[in-house]
Design a protein around this ligand. Structure first.
Ligand code: AKG
Length: 397
């Protein structure tokens, strides 16, 4: 993220208390905090019968600034990259380098995912989110867990709530078992078992795409082709289904607030409704949905792996008055104890020859960043900077 741009156009992050373990931007005195006893219940069907949205969903004007243009970046053809000759591969890598140094967003086509698998994943979402609240609540996320159903994240926060429902679960690629099938089987009900099969296949497919993209990113940074693939071996990624109901006052709220993903790489499929926006050149830009494309966002962990050469993509999602919008987000994560450190090939080049100069971030483990975002900090536009300050202050004390 471009911090200059964000300080000009985005709400400044709340002041942090940086003493581990109490560092938080959601401290109990903050309006962002929530106690489970006072959680708002997000029942969008009944909320829609009211003319106004509850105040907890109203975002500050600086976060709601209108988008201006569409972002029309060229898309990357993954088949061409995989099968093309050296000059084709160089061209794709150069394109990726240019967008990742600028804003960290691109789209890929010919990614090899069967369109019927994407349709099945969207249909399963429809079936899940159409269930009565009491049934969905059987899968409710329990505090401290990454997995489960959440309405507007009202179990964690009490202001700037996103106008959406989510279902999240983990996908481990250590080759043991079928974790998503097992997760869905643990939620009572026949329908859930079928959904587990769909999302197991979907995550396996997304993991495959993410590894191909890691090769593309390695080529673009001119480091050993498989170094990032190997880095993510045995990791436990996160899948999130985002369901955005229509909203009677869409200009006052957001479906997903402005943030950079703390994870390494996000692969997002958005349906044809539209709503994803990316911040670059000091403006918000809409991303026109493409049926054939997957959206790729660089996340904070990859920004650190590239020693800050690549930007973590600052993005948000808006809602509308008429239609439900759905997105499928796969967040690639390394193994929790993996030390996040740029590859030697990048560091040894220093600032010249496409290198990236002195170290920009200290070593950290993915579990430290995950814990920071789960327990101490609500992911926003400056998560990585806040995390590094927290890490440094805690190691100094
Ligand atoms: O729905 C979208 O387009 C964006 C979702 C997103 O940013 C997220 O789930 O973190």
């Amino acid at each position: 993220m471009d911090s200059t741009a964000s300080s000009l156009l985005l709400c400044p992050p709340p002041l942090l208390s940086l003493n581990k373990p109490n560092a938080t931007n959601v401290s109990s005195s903050s309006s962002s905090s929530s106690s489970s006893s006072s959680s708002l219940v997000f029942d969008s069907a009944s909320m829609r019968s009211q003319s106004k949205i509850p105040t907890q969903f109203i975002w500050p004007p600086c976060d709601r600034l209108q988008r201006l243009d569409e972002l029309n970046e060229p898309v990357i053809d993954m088949r061409e990259f995989a099968r093309g000759d050296a000059s084709v591969r160089r061209r794709s890598a150069a394109l990726v380098r240019s967008v990742c140094t600028s804003h960290g967003f691109f789209q890929v086509v010919n990614h090899g995912i069967d369109p019927s698998l994407i349709s099945a994943a969207l249909e399963s979402m429809d079936a899940f989110f159409a269930l009565p609240l009491a049934r969905k609540s059987k899968a409710r996320r329990v505090p401290g867990s990454m997995s489960g159903y959440a309405g507007a994240h009202a179990d964690r926060f009490s202001s700037k709530l996103p106008w959406k429902e989510t279902l999240s679960f983990r996908y481990g690629n250590d080759g043991s078992g079928r974790p998503i099938v097992d997760y869905f089987a643990s939620i009572p009900g026949e329908d859930f078992a079928r959904m587990g099969e769909v999302y197991q296949k979907y995550c396996e497919a997304m993991h495959g795409v993410s590894m191909a993209i890691m090769e593309l990113l390695a080529t673009s940074l001119d480091v050993e082709r498989t170094c990032f693939r190997r880095f993510f071996e045995g990791g436990s990624s996160i899948m999130r289904l985002n369901y955005y109901p229509p909203c009677q006052e869409p200009d006052l709220t957001l479906g997903t607030g402005p943030h950079c993903d703390p994870t390494a790489l996000t692969i997002l499929y958005q349906d044809q409704v539209g709503g994803l926006e990316v911040f670059t050149n000091q403006k918000w830009h809409s991303i026109r949905p493409r049926r054939d494309a997957l959206v790729i966002n660089i996340g904070d962990t990859f920004a650190a792996l590239s020693n800050g050469r690549y930007k973590s993509c600052l993005h948000r999602a808006v809602v509308n008055q008429q239609s439900v919008r759905r997105s499928l987000a796969f967040f690639l994560c390394p193994k929790e104890d993996k030390v996040v450190r740029p590859p030697e090939g990048l560091l040894s080049r220093g600032g010249g020859d496409g290198g990236c100069g002195p170290r920009k971030y200290p070593d950290f483990t993915w579990s430290e960043l995950l814990e920071f975002t789960q327990k101490h900090y609500r992911a926003d536009t400056t998560t990585l900077q806040a995390f590094i300050q927290w890490l440094l202050s805690s190691s100094a004390s």
